[in-house]
Design a protein around this ligand. Structure first.
Ligand code: ATP
Length: 217
């Protein structure tokens, strides 16, 4: 990418609910890679959770809206709500890339736990046609952890290049060191059900929303 181009982060997830771990990851990506903004894109129908009950799109996106309010550079994008059927990242990236200005480039932000499942995603190699990948690794991850993993998926066809890897379709992959905020949405749902406090794990307006709407009971 040319110097001076605009970098746009794409951060997808179920966000059931959004929590501080998501915000820490997005902020690290924004800071480390100079992203002009990060689009938070809640999945309407997460393909890997079709069998599980999930909270309505309206509630999940309302909580995201509250979490992102007053954080410049973090933007909620409800685009996956418009598409029928499961929400595949490749469709989202294709659609986003069509909207780009010539000097803009997409950066797909993802945690290493989610990235480890990538070979199960629809048309996963195509993702590298549309975006560069930033894969969050805990600072205490063993050196070479990501490299070992990438070697185990030869279909990814990533070759070492500069400080990361490059795919034949053009996209690159870089490791993003993040001081892990140890929380998952699963933990939050479990704590709410057990009547435990979640105030340190989600932004205050999100905690209030969960209480008001009696979610996760
Ligand atoms: P669940 O527990 O329901 O599976 P989750 O907390 O992992 O949910 P998702 O919405 O599935 O949240 O995740 C969206 C993205 O956020 C994924 O790329 C995931 O790797 C990343 N992520 C989730 N929790 C953290 C965390 N604590 N720190 C950094 N990244 C995270």
């Amino acid at each position: 990418m040319k110097d001076g181009g605009v970098r746009i982060g794409v951060f997808g997830g179920t966000f059931d609910p959004v929590h501080n771990g998501h915000l820490v990851l997005a902020e690290a990506a924004r800071r480390e890679f100079g992203l002009e903004r990060v689009l938070f894109i809640p999945a309407a129908q997460p393909p890997h959770k079709l069998e599980e009950p999930i909270t309505s799109f309206q509630h999940r996106s309302a909580m995201l809206e509250l979490a992102l309010a007053g954080r410049p550079g973090f933007v909620l994008d409800r685009m996956e709500q418009q598409r029928p059927g499961p929400s595949y990242s490749v469709d989202t990236l294709r659609e986003l890339s069509r909207r780009l200005e010539p000097d803009q480039r997409l950066y797909f932000v993802i945690g290493s736990d989610a990235f480890l499942e990538i070979s199960t995603w629809k048309k996963f190699t195509e993702l590298f046609r549309y975006a560069d990948f930033l894969v969050a690794e805990r600072p205490d991850a063993a050196p070479g952890h990501l490299a070992d993993f990438l070697q185990k998926i030869p279909e990814l066809a990533l070759a070492p290049a500069g400080e990361g890897w490059r795919h034949p379709l053009g996209g690159t992959l870089r490791s993003l060191p993040v001081n892990a905020f140890p929380v998952s949405a699963t933990t939050i749902r479990r704590k709410v059900r057990a009547g435990e406090a979640i105030d340190d794990l989600v932004p205050a307006p999100v905690a209030a929303y969960i209480k008001e709407h009696r979610l996760y009971r």
